[in-house]
Design a protein around this ligand. Structure first.
Ligand code: BDR
Ligand code: CA
Length: 338
């Protein structure tokens, strides 16, 4: 095995599909499994999509495990406006020629973490329900991981579901909280960087001839799903589609594309307006309180220990170049000037 052993936990979804393809086409990684969680669409559809996307890339042997059908405590919110009723913008996938494993995703994650003895990486790009359940199932799971990259949250920018919450954390705040308190070596790839990693509509249109002339099934599929994604994002006032989940994969493939800061991050689970908010302590200080009978008094300042490397800056040009090169979506300079 040459690349970093890596599992993707997905709620496939258009950008999840693109993340799977980027991972499979990156020799820096060895994809040893995919675990599915309900999110962008319902779980059975996520499993179908994941098996189909793996088939598009010829990855017929990557094991797929089905996991949580709903968040730990809350009602699921799907996102067909962005991803289409089937989660992949109505693009045809090869018929599934195999079933997912009988083993549930949380148990699958725990088993791989044990088998890879401290070398396993997990890139979680859906609600964190499966990962939280793995933490609960095996108290040594989080510590066994080499790294856990999470696409989710917003440390210094607004949310994309509520004014403060990002979709994956909004969908299962309790799970996100368990994961952030798990002690895992965590990288948070949130909206701070993914909203700057746009696949521009202009580039998409330039690719039409490249795709029509090419035979690469991965490039054709990626181009077709981006169509739906772009329509929704243009309607939302953007100039392109944020490649949220592929950027989380890039955090392992090319860590130097992201500049991270070690911060203490807590996930809000209580507030009516703020559930799912990732509260990053950018100042690095908390007040120490002591009770004075009928009130509390500030008696000092503490430094909460960082629990997460939070990505705050991205080299978006280099990332989009990497994404396009790996997925066969590169426009030659000659085509560019035509
Ligand atoms: C995240 O939410 C989902 O809709 C996307 O697949 C991505 O993982 C972005 O907020
Ligand atoms: Ca996702």
């Amino acid at each position: 095995m040459n690349g970093l052993p890596t599992v993707l936990d997905v709620d496939t979804g258009i950008d999840d599909a693109l993340a799977l393809l980027l991972a499979l086409r990156s020799p820096e990684l060895e994809i040893v499994g995919a675990s599915c969680v309900a999110g962008n669409v319902m779980l059975d559809q996520v499993v179908r999509n994941t098996l189909g996307v793996l088939a598009v890339a010829g990855a017929h042997r990557v094991p797929v495990a089905a996991g949580a059908r709903r968040p730990l405590l809350r009602r699921l919110t799907t996102a067909t406006f962005f991803h289409g009723e089937d989660g992949i913008g109505g693009v045809a996938l090869p018929a599934a020629s195999r079933e997912p494993l009988a083993e549930p995703a949380p148990a699958f994650l725990c088993r791989l973490a044990r088998e890879f003895g401290g070398r396993l990486n997990v890139v979680a790009v859906g609600p964190l329900t499966n990962v939280a359940l793995a933490c609960v199932l095996d108290s040594s799971f989080a510590a066994r991981l080499e790294r856990l990259v999470v696409m989710g949250g917003a440390a210094t920018v607004p949310g994309n579901v509520t004014p403060v919450a990002e979709a994956n954390f909004y969908n299962d705040p309790e799970a996100a909280r368990i994961v952030f308190e798990s002690g895992a070596r965590l990288t948070m790839v949130g909206l701070d960087v993914t909203m700057r990693a746009l696949f521009e509509a202009q580039r998409y249109h330039l690719l039409r001839d490249v795709i029509a002339a090419g035979q690469d099934p991965v490039a054709r599929f990626a181009w077709a799903v981006l169509d739906r994604y772009l329509k929704a994002d243009l309607a939302a006032g953007l100039t392109g589609s944020p490649l949220h989940d592929p950027l989380a994969v890039a955090a392992l493939v090319r860590p130097e594309l992201l500049t991270c800061r070690a911060l203490h991050v807590e996930i809000e689970t209580g507030g009516r307006l703020s559930a799912g908010q990732s509260v990053a302590n950018v100042n690095g200080l908390v007040e120490r309180l002591e009770s004075r009978g009928d009130h509390d008094d500030v008696v000092g300042l503490d430094r909460p220990p960082p629990n997460c490397d939070v990505a705050l800056v991205v080299d978006s040009t280099a990332f989009i170049d990497l994404f396009c090169e790996r997925l066969g979506l590169s426009v030659s300079p000659r085509q560019h000037t035509q």
